[in-house]
Design a binder for this molecule. Structure first.
Ligand code: FES
Ligand code: FES
Length: 149
């Protein structure tokens, strides 16, 4: 049995403790906003927050999360960031976007006014096959401008 705190709610899972969080989220808990891309830590589609920091759900075992707090896209309360994403019409196919939003939100919580280089560095692990990188950067900068004025 593993106990997981996800989006402020405590879940008890009867699953192999080595199971990656991504499998638990999608297949057991029905939290399908977190996406499976590569399953190998390479694409960032599965990005969630663990204790506020971005983490790859495909590489994080559920046993490693005892006593920690997980936030998924379903629990992301950063409405202003989501508004900025909408204003800039960021998503194309949308597949990578929950991971992008989780990484962007973690960046902005630590660095409310990131430079272009800091944005590029923080977002470099999130791949987008549709090439929405410019709009992602604009949305992050716009959000920073809005919250810092
Ligand atoms: S699915 Fe986890 S990094 Fe690609
Ligand atoms: S919006 Fe299509 S993969 Fe990023």
């Amino acid at each position: 049995m593993s106990q997981l705190r996800i989006n402020g709610r405590l879940y008890t899972l009867d699953a192999d403790p080595r199971m990656p969080l991504l499998w638990a989220l999608r297949d057991i808990l029905g939290l399908t906003g977190t996406k499976y891309g590569c399953g190998a830590g390479l694409c960032g589609a599965c990005t969630v927050h663990v204790d506020g920091k971005p983490a790859r759900a495909c590489l994080t075992s559920i046993q490693s999360l005892e006593g920690k707090s997980v936030t998924t896209i379903e629990g992301l309360e950063d409405d202003k960031l989501k508004d900025s994403w909408r204003r800039h019409k960021v998503p194309q196919c949308g597949y990578c976007q929950t991971g992008q939003l989780m990484s962007a939100s973690a960046l902005l919580s630590q660095n409310p006014n990131p430079s272009d280089a800091e944005i590029d560095s923080a977002m470099s692990g999130n791949l987008c096959r549709c090439g929405t990188y410019t709009r992602i950067r604009d949305a992050i900068k716009d959000h920073a401008r809005e919250t810092n004025k």
